[in-house]
Design a protein around this ligand. Structure first.
Ligand code: PLP
Length: 380
């Protein structure tokens, strides 16, 4: 069955060379030389003909451990962080269990929670400080709570947690013996990232990915890291018994080896793009950024005051300008009807296409949406 989102993706993939891909928080700023040589060599040697070492390339595992920088936790490789999220929820949750989470959130995780028969308790975070707080988590803890979902920085809002906030939530997980699922997919974009595993090493399972920081989303490689004694219970649900994609491991190893050399420039350009987007949004009456600056590589643009539906913005930008942003409904049951999400680890030319098309389309769509007699919104 087709859906507007499915249609948009089909269209965008069919026209991928002409699309400014600002829709999936992917990273298009990592210099291609970072992985090209390693991949070419692996292909020349036809390494893809054999299976990888099932437990993962040893150097890659060491690089992941060093990258997280927490002693005593061990990584497990999966097909993207997504597979880890599925395995963790499947393994650690049972029918009737509750998971403290947020709205907005990366709702795919919530779906996995439901597949395990558990449910999420979604705290509304579409108001300052735009993320969970230790106080609200403490309040929400109940007899059925088995897990806290701490996505830091948070997709889609781009809000990040301070070290004290991470510590506070980790201490709650520790005191109540509940698992802290710390999804740190966007950690490299944050100014001062902290890992919950530092504060609650026994309760925390850290999910990481090379999709966004290393610009390898298409490779589908990520994983989770936890204390060795926690690994077997989760690894029981591993479907990649013969190992995850070998070429993905080769690329991730090359990228992580050299990350300290190039990540600074990737983050600098990402932030500069974020600043440009802010300038553009400030010039559009009724549009606003709830969170700025982003601690990740995405922002939410609230268009609620304009009366324009986010789906209409997505559609107009994609089909009329080849600029692909996402309507918020897949990220927030409560507030998705008022925002679009834009990601921006992209070449500045992509951002300029947004800068040209967004004000133009918002003018056109606002005029169509305007109720007669009601004045147009003014710029914030
Ligand atoms: C918070 C969060 N976790 C996990 C993922 C999945 O990443 P991966 O590509 O590693 O499966 C995403 C992807 O957008 C995400 O936003």
């Amino acid at each position: 069955m087709s859906s507007p989102a499915g249609d948009a993706f089909r269209y965008a993939h069919a026209h991928s060379h002409e699309i400014a891909w600002l829709s999936q928080n992917t990273n298009h700023l990592v210099p291609p030389e970072v992985v090209r040589g390693a991949l070419e060599e692996a292909i020349r040697e036809r390494r893809y003909e054999g299976y990888p070492l099932a437990s993962g390339d040893p150097e890659l595992l060491d690089l992941v451990t060093a990258d997280l920088g927490i002693a005593g936790i061990r990584p497990f490789l999966t097909g993207g962080g997504t597979e880890s999220l599925y395995m963790i929820t499947r393994a650690l949750l049972a029918p009737g269990d509750e998971v403290i989470a947020s709205d907005p959130s990366y709702l795919i995780i919530h779906r996995f929670v439901e597949l395990a028969g558990a449910r999420t308790v979604n705290l509304d975070v579409y108001a300052p400080p735009y993320h969970l707080t230790p106080e609200r988590v403490q309040e929400a803890i109940g007899p059925r709570t088995k897990m806290i979902l701490l996505i830091d920085p948070l997709n889609p809002l781009g809000s990040g947690y301070s070290r004290e906030e991470v510590r506070g939530i980790a201490e709650i997980a520790h005191d109540h013996h509940v698992t802290l699922l710390n999804d740190v997919t966007y950690r490299d974009f944050a100014e001062r990232p902290s890992l919950a595993a530092e504060f609650a090493p026994e309760e925390t399972v850290t999910v990481w990915s090379v999709s966004k920081n290393c610009g390898l989303a298409g490779m589908r490689l990520g994983g989770f890291s936890a204390r060795p004694e926690r690994l077997p219970a989760i690894a029981r649900y591993n479907t990649n018994d013969l190992g995850v994609n070998l070429l993905a491991q080769v690329a991730a190893r090359a990228a992580l080896r050299s990350k300290p050399k190039w990540i600074g420039e990737v983050v600098r350009q990402t932030r500069a793009n974020g600043a440009r987007i802010r300038e553009v949004v400030a010039g559009v009456p009724g549009a606003a950024l709830p969170v700025y600056p982003s601690q990740a590589n995405m922002l939410v643009i609230d268009v609620g005051a304009t009366g324009v539906a986010p789906e209409a913005v997505q559609e107009a930008l994609l089909y009329r300008h080849g600029v692909f942003v996402r309507a918020g409904n897949y990220l927030s049951p409560r507030h998705g009807g008022r925002f679009v999400r834009i990601s921006f680890s992209n070449p500045p030319a992509d951002i300029e296409r947004f800068a040209k098309s967004f004000p133009e389309e918002m003018r056109r769509l606002s005029a169509k949406a305007r109720v007669p007699g009601v004045p147009a919104p003014t710029a914030p």
